[in-house]
Design a protein around this ligand. Structure first.
Ligand code: PLP
Length: 403
């Protein structure tokens, strides 16, 4: 994986890192070559909104890592999600969407609905709910592997099989479970969408997003692909339409410098996530037995409602761990009592982060929406980092001692 950026691009003059080139334009000595690249008959770059060397290098790593047939990178995870949705679906289409979504994705679903895309929200922890929501115009199922903040785990393989039999796209946001933890091919995903900002880049210093095609979906059964994007290689139809409509036309391009920064972060993905999962499991066990905590949400705990699903699908239970404080403890005061743990909204960082959930990321949601997502007022969400576990436990000990 560490070497995958060299698969197509030969670094110049022995440089091990792919050179970051910020040129927006690319000169062609022979005008015919420019024409051929424009028409997709030859590989190359024409304008950096559509492609650039640093982006292609990162896309190669992601394709390799996911075992897919191609990748597209975007300026942010939200750019990847919105570009994918708006380039593949149109008014009159129906999508089945998880109840438990990242807050901004949830907010974006309202924009989709306002443009005539019909959505059904379901509890994806049980495939029967998804089955019941299928209609004749259902084009896709969209969900997240481990939901944030309550850590519900989707019934992934059963939903994948259902999508396959109904010829619907299976779109998985796997931000919480990067490819070293979760094999999207094994659950028959069509496209995986990821916020590279989180575990992939890992250090809270760069934004990015991606879409990877696993190669499992039969695009010839999807009538929204425009004739001009139906090239000889059918596996590329979906990505071609997303690249042209979603990236080139909508313009959420990842800058070459950011692509390079993400590639560097990615080199330590496996080591970081192993440590994160180990820390999270130990902290979850500690908090679970603490009398000042009324509930812990972590898929690695044996009493988590979808623990058996998580054990089947993931190689490690991820770094998101939420908890409900005992009734007499105010979440704001408790967060202020923590010293090492940083109060910040972000996740997938090397540092352990925490925030009160209801009053921040879900403050725009109605009480009913929060209830559907399993969010209550006492909840604190944490993203576990790579610190020494003893330091983390000690920080909680001293904070609990104040209450
Ligand atoms: C953060 C996040 C996103 C959005 O990614 P950005 O890079 O912040 O735009 C999408 N989905 C999930 C699950 C996320 O955690």
């Amino acid at each position: 994986m560490v070497h995958a950026d060299r698969l197509l691009n030969t670094p110049e003059s022995g440089a091990v890192h792919q050179a970051t080139n910020n040129s927006v334009l690319f000169e062609y000595k022979d005008a015919q070559d420019l024409v051929d690249v424009f028409q997709g008959k030859k590989a190359g770059h024409v304008y950096s909104r559509s492609s650039s060397g640093s982006n292609v290098a990162l896309q190669n790593i992601l394709t390799h890592l996911e075992g897919g047939v191609g990748a597209i990178t975007f300026a942010t995870g939200m750019a990847a999600i919105t570009a994918t949705m708006f380039s593949l679906f149109k008014a009159g289409d129906h999508l089945i969407v998880s109840h438990f979504l990242f807050g901004n994705t949830r907010s974006f679903t309202e924009t989709m609905q306002s443009m005539g895309i019909e959505l059904s929200f379901v509890d994806v922890t049980d495939v029967q709910n998804v089955k019941a929501a299928f209609k004749t115009n259902t084009k896709a199922v969209y969900l997240e592997t481990i939901a944030n903040p309550v850590t519900q785990v989707a019934d992934l393989r059963a939903i994948g099989q259902l999508c396959e039999s109904r010829k619907a796209l299976f779109l998985i946001d796997n931000t919480m479970t990067p490819p070293n933890i979760f094999d999207a091919n094994a659950v028959l995903a069509s496209l995986t969408i990821s916020s590279l900002t989180k575990y992939i880049a890992g250090h809270g210093n760069v934004l990015g997003g991606s879409v990877v095609d696993t190669g499992l979906f039969d695009w010839s059964s999807f009538d929204n692909i425009l004739p001009i994007y139906r090239g000889p290689d059918q596996t590329q139809w979906g990505l071609t339409q997303i690249r042209k409509r979603g990236l080139r036309d909508m313009g959420g391009t990842l800058s070459p410098d950011s692509a390079h920064a993400i590639s560097i972060g990615l080199e330590t993905l496996v080591m970081r996530t192993e440590k994160v999962c180990e820390n999270a499991m130990r902290l979850a066990s500690y908090l679970h037995s603490h009398d000042k905590v009324s509930a812990v949400y972590y898929p690695g705990l044996a009493d988590h409602p979808q623990h058996f699903l998580a054990r089947e699908y993931f190689d490690g239970y991820g770094g998101i761990l939420s908890l409900d404080l005992a009734d007499d403890i105010d979440p704001i005061q408790f967060l202020n009592a923590l010293d090492l743990v940083i109060c910040a909204t972000h996740l997938g960082d090397t540092r352990t982060l925490a925030l009160p959930v209801a009053s921040t990321i879900y403050f725009e949601s109605s009480a009913q929406q929060r209830q559907e997502m399993g969010v209550n007022d006492k909840m604190i969400r944490m993203s576990i980092g790579i610190e020494d576990i003893d330091d983390l436990v000690a920080d909680f000990e001293q904070a609990f001692a104040e209450f």
